[in-house]
Design a protein around this ligand. Structure first.
Ligand code: NAD
Length: 297
């Protein structure tokens, strides 16, 4: 069992750290938010008052932070992970961030003899809690082999996506599909209703036809067909509108940087921007259904 330092004990990091404790690892966690630290203590881990205290002495350092800015600060900043980690410690960042930041932080880590992986996840808070996340991992083969048993305590699939940054590339591409597909299901549901075809009937047909996708069969954006989907609980998240905007923005920036054509993703990003407001940012991203088909329409 490993000594693990865990930075970022929020909606995702909290339950992920708890699963590491459950698997028998010694977890020291840090988050600036006291209630997040308390959750780790309740799960049987040790909460510390500074990032350096979590990192010092750890064989593996994991992080689950909001954005690239926090990852850069936590790893490269004064008293950060690179300055504090034990020689040879394995660093794994699970946050969803831009490919360029992932690669540059991993390069700085390698220059200090610290192998680093980008290992963003799919599966949301439900998957983090149940220990059924999918990890998409970028970095050296040897570091991946070391990380795999640790990540398996938190996920059902741990996939090596190639060299450093490729985990983030996979995550961005996956969520590009997700963002577009959700809007496609919303549009089809809205059109069906206007044509006199019920949501339930379209669901039954399309879930067994070529329109089938996760946004329809697991996350259906209208109440009814999939009882566990956020549409049945007032679009409580789940995966928020703010997060979908963030990931579509990362996809647009990545596409621009390498000259890839992503016209539908650009449109999806615009639609999520149009939908986003103070009132909607915190809703599940499937709530965009309420803009595509307003109740009084
Ligand atoms: P969150 O805001 O709930 O948690 C992030 C935590 O990091 C917060 O508790 C914050 O206090 C902490 N933090 C910030 N700076 C820190 C630092 N320097 N050291 C230690 N802790 C620090 O966000 P989340 O939902 O847990 O998401 C985390 C990452 O996972 C994001 O990159 C997100 O895009 C990605 N993600 C989220 C989901 C989801 O459904 N929530 C799904 C897949 C991927």
């Amino acid at each position: 069992m490993a000594r693990i330092g865990f930075l970022g004990l929020g909606n995702m990091g909290g339950p992920m750290a708890a699963n590491l404790v459950r698997a028998g690892h010694a977890v020291r966690g840090f988050d600036p938010v006291p209630s997040a630290r308390q959750r780790l203590v309740a799960a049987g881990g040790l909460a510390v008052e500074a990032a350096a205290e979590a990192v010092r002495g750890a064989e593996v350092v994991l992080s689950m932070l909001p954005e690239g800015r926090q990852v850069r600060e936590a790893y490269l900043g004064p008293g950060g992970v690179l300055a504090t980690a034990e020689p040879g410690a394995l660093l794994i960042d699970c946050s969803t961030i831009d490919v360029a930041t992932a690669r540059s932080v991993a390069e700085a880590a390698a220059a200090r003899g610290l192998p680093m992986l980008d290992a963003p996840v799919s599966g949301g808070v439900g998957g983090a809690t149940a220990g059924t996340l999918t990890f998409m991992v970028g970095g050296e083969e040897e570091a991946f082999a070391r990380a795999k048993p640790i990540l398996e305590a938190m996920g059902k699939a741990v996939i090596h996506a190639g060299p450093s940054g490729n985990g983030q590339a996979a995550k961005i591409c996956n969520n590009l599909m997700l963002g577009i597909q959700m809007i496609s299901v919303c549009e089809a549901m809205a059109l069906a209703e206007k044509l006199g075809l019920s949501h339930q009937t379209l669901f039954e047909i399309s879930s067994k036809s070529s329109g089938q996708c996760w946004s329809l069969t697991s996350y259906c954006p209208v109440p009814g067909p999939v009882p566990s989907s956020p549409a049945n609980r007032g679009y409580a998240p789940g995966f928020t509108v703010a997060m979908m905007r963030k990931d579509l923005k990362l996809a647009q920036e990545a596409a621009q940087a390498v000259g890839a054509r992503t016209p539908l993703a650009a449109e999806a990003y615009q639609l999520y921007n149009l939908f986003a407001s103070k009132a909607t940012e915190g809703l599940d991203f499937s709530a965009i259904m309420t803009m595509i088909a307003p109740k009084d329409d």
